[in-house]
Ligand binder design. Sequence first.
Ligand code: FE2
Length: 269
Amino acid sequence: MSELFSRRTALAGGIGLASGMGLLASETLARAAGYQEDQNVHAPGGPVARSLAASVGKGAEYSLPPLPYAFDALEPSIDAETMRLHHDKHHAAYVKGANEALAKLADTREGKLDPSALSELTEKLTFNLSGHLLHSVFWAIMGTGGREPVGELAADIQQQFGSHAKFKAQFSAVATQVQGNGWGVLAYEPISERLIVLQARNHQLNVAWNAIPLLVIDVWEHAYYLKYKNVRPDYVKAFWSVVNWGAVNQWYGLIKRTHQDPAHEEHGH
Ligand SMILES: [Fe+2]
């Protein structure tokens, strides 16, 4: 399988990260972003870049990024128990699953496992890695902050969707209409420099190659069932009150400039 997205030098300081679903920043980025101690929201890329930097750990194994706020920070929209289970159990399981898949793929290459399992292992990697990265973005685009789009993203949404209200209506409907488990996703499509709304089934199905998640909502039942039971529309409505638009805009700014500025391109692909 080829890389979904190219690796680029994203920040002025020469910090490398791969964009899109393959957003795997190095430990260097984690350290430079000061994920653990620096909550400076003005850092390039902001909370999303920091969360993704922390989504890979020592030895390039995937790791669970810390929730950037308390479990009860999103109350009453999203309850603390849901957040705790979602982050500590569900997200952690995707991290574990992705690492297990990689280890078994390596064992298969070494002849220790039957190659007939390659298809299953590859799907296990795709599912768990996609789940891991989407959750890493999801935590970071929520929290405190403005309640309406801000900055460059606000202007581009206005221009490309007609209005913030039209965008929100489309995104909400797409998320609500996911059959079974999945995600609503606002993504940046770098070839056309366009914002698009996608609907992922599970974590990895029905997605567009090269589209980079900016704003995501998890509509798996584990994301809302304790509080909202089967009433997903109420959860989607409540989600808007906890979106940290400043974080989304910071992430958008980094992604957009990374893809538009040829000086940021790296060679080797
Ligand atoms: Fe989830």
